[in-house]
Design a protein around this ligand. Structure first.
Ligand code: AMP
Length: 421
């Protein structure tokens, strides 16, 4: 492939949350980050910025109530300008945007129309999209004239067929209010599916992949010929797998029971399902998989139950995606849990032997100690499907999309394929 990115500068990747802002300066050719950092506790009494540059860690406290604008000003003035060469090298800003509704099926250059469309999706992501808009406004002030690119978590899943995204609810809820399944983590699923195709030595259009992104938030996607055809998150990131603090799939009748019989208000129900459920709710101990594995090994029954339910539900989803895809080339594990927990991988896969999965105990355990960034096949040679562990790199996808768009290629952007991690 001719490298259109050969002359690209660095891309400043921004991920704006309601009270946080992650930033990274990424080389789109290889994903290397020359700078990465986090603005935290934004809008609170003592907001902080911490960052890593050239292997050194730094931190600073911002003035009371400082928000995204102040963090971006700080990044420009106190970090980038202090390293003059870096500032000159920034060629674009890439924004992670959680919800693009049905309006975006790939990454786009930000203009007034795109901003209005992101505003239109605020109802679908009330915590995230307003923060992204603040980030875009702040970046526009700090980098006037520099191209800004929006990369949507939902975009990759816009290829899902209607049978996968329409809920069995009155149809007017979809038509009038956009209530349907959208899916999230699309940037990560796209990245690992592309890498998996490259590892398997096949064209993207020739592989079927099941991608399990298992972090504090978790989702799974069925990817046919490189395109998402189903995924476990829905209208919101609450649907699907058991997560750190989110419940995943539950009987919707429970909401009525909580509201009508137990007098929970909407906010209490939201807190319960989003923040107090999942691994934390079941174990009554922690949302952190590593801590739960340790506690379970020491005999904590709640921790063991939480991990067992996590694996059981994940295995059921994987099996159901075999029905979606008919033929599966590889299952990919990614995200903090997927990349690091050999225990979870083993306990999911031992339920799936009937589907042809053969985990290789040695490869799976060694993966735990593997070099950072390693891409591993943890299945036996005879396993079909293969089982791959691929570290995700959403920032690289965002940087790459941004660089491709500013280099004049506005076509749907494939994820990077070659080396560099
Ligand atoms: P993420 O949201 O992708 O950063 O993933 C966070 C999750 O990954 C937490 O539940 C961590 O406990 C889990 N995790 C990270 N490292 C390990 C590990 N070595 N073993 C098990 N879980 C891990």
């Amino acid at each position: 492939m001719p490298d259109k990115l050969a002359n690209s500068g660095q891309v400043l990747v921004l991920n704006c949350g309601s009270s946080s802002l992650k930033f990274a300066l990424i080389d789109p050719r290889n994903g290397n980050a020359s700078l990465s950092g986090l603005g935290d506790a934004l809008g609170h009494s003592a907001p902080t910025v911490s960052w890593k540059i050239g292997g050194d860690k730094h931190s600073a406290t911002l003035k009371e109530g400082a928000k995204h604008t102040e963090v971006i000003e700080f990044v420009v003035t106190n970090i980038l300008a202090a390293q003059g060469a870096l500032l000159q090298d920034v060629s674009a800003i890439g924004h992670r945007i959680v919800h693009g509704g049905e309006k975006f099926s790939h990454s786009v250059r930000i203009n007034d129309q795109v901003i209005r469309a992101i505003q239109d999706c605020v109802a679908l992501a009330p915590l995230h999209n307003p923060a992204h808009l603040q980030g875009i406004e702040a970046a526009t002030k700090a980098f006037p004239g520099l191209p800004q690119i929006a990369v949507f978590d939902t975009a990759f899943h816009q290829t899902m067929p209607r049978q996968a995204y329409i809920y069995a609810l009155p149809y007017e809820l979809y038509e009038e209010h956009g209530i349907r399944r959208y899916g999230m983590h699309g940037t990560s699923h796209r990245f690992v599916a592309e890498r998996a195709a490259a590892i398997l030595g096949k064209a993207r259009a020739d592989v079927n992949i099941i991608s399990a992104h298992l972090g504090n938030g978790a989702s799974i996607a069925a990817i046919q010929a490189g395109k998402s055809v189903d995924t476990s998150m829905g209208l919101t990131p609450m649907e699907g797998l058991v997560m750190g603090t989110r419940c995943g799939d539950i009987d919707p009748g429970i909401l009525l029971h909580l509201g009508v019989r137990l007098d929970y208000c909407a906010k209490e129900i939201n807190d319960l399902l989003n923040k107090k459920s999942g691994l934390l709710g079941i174990s009554q101990l922690s949302n952190d998989c590593r801590a739960l594995e340790q506690a379970a090994a020491e005999g904590h029954r709640g921790a063991q139950l939480a991990l067992d339910i996590f694996c059981y539900r994940l295995a059921k989803y994987i099996a159901s995606y075999h029905a979606v895809l008919s033929m599966v080339d590889a299952l990919v594990f990614t995200g903090g849990i997927g990349e690091n927990s050999s225990w979870i991988r083993e306990n999911v896969l031992k339920r799936l032997r009937g589907l042809g999965y053969q985990i290789n105990q040695v490869r799976n355990l060694e993966m735990r100690f593997g070099a950072e960034g390693a891409i591993e096949d943890v299945s036996d040679d005879s396993s079909s499907p293969k089982v791959l562990v691929i570290p995700t790199n959403e920032e690289w996808v965002i940087a790459r999309d941004a660089a491709q768009i500013i280099n004049g290629d506005d076509s749907p952007v494939p994820a990077p394929l070659a080396g560099g991690d």
